[in-house]
Write a protein that binds this ligand. Sequence first.
Ligand SMILES: Nc1ncnc2c1ncn2[C@@H]1O[C@H](COP(=O)(O)OP(=O)(O)OP(=O)(O)O)[C@@H](O)[C@H]1O
Ligand code: SF4
Ligand SMILES: [Mg+2]
Length: 328
Amino acid sequence: MLLEVKNLRTEFKLKRGTVRAVDDVSFTIDKGEILAIVGESGSGKSVTSLSLMGLIQKPGGVAGGEILFKSQDLTKLSQKELQEIRGNKISMIFQEPMTSLNPVWRIKDQIMENIMTHMKMSKKEALARTVEMLDTVGIPSPAERANDYPHQMSGGMRQRVMTAMALSCEPDLLIADEPTTALDVTIQAQILELLYQMREKFNMAVLLITHDLGVVYEAADRVIVMYCGKIVEEADVKTLFEHPQHPYTVGLLQSIPQIDNESDEHLFMIKGMVPNPLHMPPGCSFSDRCDRCMERCTKEMPELQEINGHKVRCFLYDKAEEGELSAK
Ligand SMILES: Nc1ncnc2c1ncn2[C@@H]1O[C@H](COP(=O)(O)OP(=O)(O)OP(=O)(O)O)[C@@H](O)[C@H]1O
Ligand code: SF4
Ligand SMILES: [Mg+2]
């Protein structure tokens, strides 16, 4: 097992109350596996990934749980020890590229610095690798563009620079938070292809966070669905798309635009809005939006239960003796 997250809790202590952004989240990632996390805005995807990297800023912090990377608990490491791991064994493509690019450094210097720190290469070798990586992520005239500062590039180009930087040290785990959102479809396909190649070549694992369920279907092996800081469903990609169990997952899948759908049927939208994290409904977090809500749902929070590797948090399902999740 490459990564094992156990009962992770990340909270933001605000004056108005405590936001439980990640609430008792557990999952694993194997070597070479692509695990996707999906869920609407505010469900805790980015906070989960930033927690793994030890990058949650005050007033937030990891309030409990373990993050075992190659059996070492990252929550127990100092910032210096974490820095050794970040950008080397684990790298991250951030949702906002400017978070990880230094505006006053040329992009080649940023990528070279990362390579020289972690890969023991000479300056000349590091420069050659930098240009090669920029070329790989589809930056035209990479030797010249390497001299640019981040502000001289478009959002899509910066995203590619960050991808080049994240992949330059051949990490064991890549955390990619919306890695293709700012990109057009062709470049998006190239970046996904690149992730596949890295997986084939180096057995790199990927934690893929995206709003784009089409990308998830194409790229992921397994999928976690998050809602209000909790995992509500987890399954391999085929099972999740073909046999979704949780009403929230069903709603998400019905919201995907179908390119071949020529009828003018309106796209399904999940009714209502994600609740304010400081005013969560009692019971199931999805109860105020769920068409199948029962009285019990407004009083108790369902547990995440697992049968044959498919996990779901909903009172509609019970552990069936015959080994399948079944509606009551
Ligand atoms: N710095 C912060 N201070 C207070 N609350 C925060 C902070 N960062 C995140 N949160 C809260 O944590 C929750 C989870 O946020 P997160 O950014 O992980 O969502 P997300 O799933 O990545 O959404 P998106 O799809 O919009 O990127 C939200 O309720 C958010 O308001
Ligand atoms: S527990 Fe109840 S409210 Fe929650 S998703 Fe299941 S049916 Fe809907
Ligand atoms: Mg996010």
